[in-house]
Structure formats: structure tokens, C-alpha cells
Design a protein around this ligand. Structure first.
Ligand SMILES: [Zn+2]
Length: 273
């Protein structure tokens, strides 16, 4: 059986052991996303400085690939605007983030990564920072359109209006809406279907089951962050396999699982499983 976790990190707690655990529980495919530059002790002064993080991340993904099939997602966490902006000014921070997204796009062109990461802050920010963040995210959509890849988004908490606004920006950039993945989605898969953005449902509580009773148009993730200060957060690496097995027990068949873990993934990311 194919079991895919759509969004996980490897950082400094279990490291590759997390991938081993995922595999042992039944996991077969995983999308590994880089964290923030500060997590790699990098303090970028220009977009080019993100390369060091990308390279470090790709090295981990390569190692993970010896355990399961692991795909790299490279990009810029939206909180970088606050971290960088406080030091060098928000406008300059946005410029650096835009350059770093261009570089992430190049890695996708070289087939070293399958998607890029962007978004906008999940915490409240000034109007200026919000506007700049939207510009950065819009740029990510343009990069994704140009290189033909998906974008994983880290955004504010779900609201239908928020997702509609994001969809409008993606459309303006010419990017197909199913190539825009809202990471950490609630199980409101019907609303996502209506709008067009693709939900990666966070496998908390009954989310997966609730999503499955509505539609098969979603993927599943743990957002495991592998941080020793928050062990097991957001969800442990075994969670997606566990939730998939629960679905089978609840009467969903293997074709249903195949849709979520293989066909949806293939469609969104353009990979072949
Ligand atoms: Zn994450």
C-alpha cells in the first residue's frame, strides 16, 4: 500500500529515525520541507544565502530517500519577513525572500526539488508587512507557474475568505489552483473543492475521517517538526499511516487510499508514484 505524508520536517530531534518510524508504521512516501534559515544557523543578507539551507535540506532528503521515497520542498517560510525585517527593514527582507524563491525555482528546474514553499504570516502583522507578504507569495505563484511546479503554503488560520483571496492571487499569476497546496488544512474539503486550492489536511483528531466522509480531494500531513523542544509536535511521524489504517477499518477501501496517497499527489506535484 502507498501511504504519503504531504508535509514533514527533519530537524534535530529524531532526524532520520523519524523516517524509520514512519516506514515501520507503513509510510512509503514523504514530502520534506525546509524550516526557517535560523533553524540552520543561517542569517541571510541576500537571497543567495538561502542556498546553504537548501543544500543542507537536500542532503537530508537524499538520506531519507534511502529509507522511503522522499521528495524535497524548498522555499521561504513566511515568518522570515519578521525575523529578517526587524534587522534590515521589511522591504529589503521581502526582496531577499523573492530572490530566494527564484533560487528555489531553479532547484525545481534541476529536478532537485518538486515544489516550492511560501505563504503569509499566521500571526498578526502590520499592514505594511501583510502587503509585502502578499507580494512575496504572489511572486512564489509566478515562479511555480514558470517552472511548472506546486506551491505549499503556510498561511493564517483557515477562513473561506482568506483562501478565496489567495486563489485570486494564484489565478492572477496564471498558476493552476490545484497546484496551490494549503498546508495545515482543516477538513473543509468541500470548500477547498469549490475554490480550487488543494487541501493538505492536518491529521489531528478526526480530521482525516471527517474529510474522507466529504470527498477524496485532499492529501494528509503531520507537519512533524522534529524539534527536541516540542517532541512529537505537531503530530508524530507515525500518525499518517495510523490514520490511513483507521480509514480502512471504517470501511473506506484501498482505492480510496490510493486516490489520496497516490493519484492526488501525482496530480498536484507532477511526480510519478
Ligand atoms: Zn511545517
Amino acid at each position: 500500500m502507498i501511504i504519503t505524508d504531504d508535509h514533514m520536517h527533519i530537524y534535530k530531534h529524531l532526524k532520520l529515525k523519524a523516517i524509520e518510524e514512519f516506514k515501520k508504521a507503513g509510510g512509503t512516501h514523504v514530502f520534506l520541507v525546509n524550516l526557517l534559515t535560523k533553524n540552520y544557523n543561517i542569517f541571510p543578507k541576500k537571497g543567495e544565502d538561502f542556498k546553504e539551507m537548501y543544500e543542507k535540506h537536500l542532503k537530508i532528503v537524499k538520506q531519507a530517500n534511502e529509507i522511503v521515497k522522499a521528495y524535497a520542498v524548498l522555499g521561504v517560510h513566511p515568518a522570515e519577513i519578521t525575523i529578517l525585517g526587524e534587522k534590515i527593514g521589511y522591504k529589503k527582507a521581502a526582496e531577499i525572500m523573492i530572490d530566494a524563491l527564484d533560487i528555489a525555482g531553479k532547484y525545481v528546474e534541476e529536478n532537485k526539488a518538486v515544489a516550492i514553499k511560501s505563504g503569509r504570516p499566521h500571526y498578526s502583522v502590520s499592514e505594511e508587512v501583510w502587503k509585502l507578504s502578499n507580494e512575496v507569495m504572489f511572486h512564489a505563484f509566478k515562479v511555480a507557474k514558470d517552472v511548472g511546479c506546486a506551491v505549499q503554503l503556510h498561511t493564517e488560520s483557515y477562513s473561506k475568505e482568506g483562501i478565496e483571496e489567495i486563489a485570486k492571487l494564484a489565478k492572477k499569476a496564471g498558476l493552476k489552483l490545484y497546484k496551490v497546496v494549503k498546508h495545515f488544512s482543516p477538513p473543509k474539503v468541500d470548500e477547498f473543492e469549490e475554490i480550487g486550492i488543494f487541501p493538505s489536511v492536518i491529521a489531528m483528531g478526526n480530521n482525516v475521517l471527517r474529510a474522507a466522509t466529504i470527498s477524496s480531494r485532499f492529501t494528509i500531513e503531520t507537519d512533524y517538526i522534529d524539534d527536541p523542544n516540542r517532541p512529537g509536535a505537531v503530530l508524530g511521524p507515525k500518525t499518517v499511516p495510523k490514520k490511513v489504517k483507521e480509514l480502512l477499518k471504517m470501511g473506506f477501501d484501498e482505492d480510496f487510499v490510493l486516490k489520496i496517497c497516490k493519484y492526488n499527489i501525482e496530480k498536484v506535484y507532477g511526480v510519478e508514484i
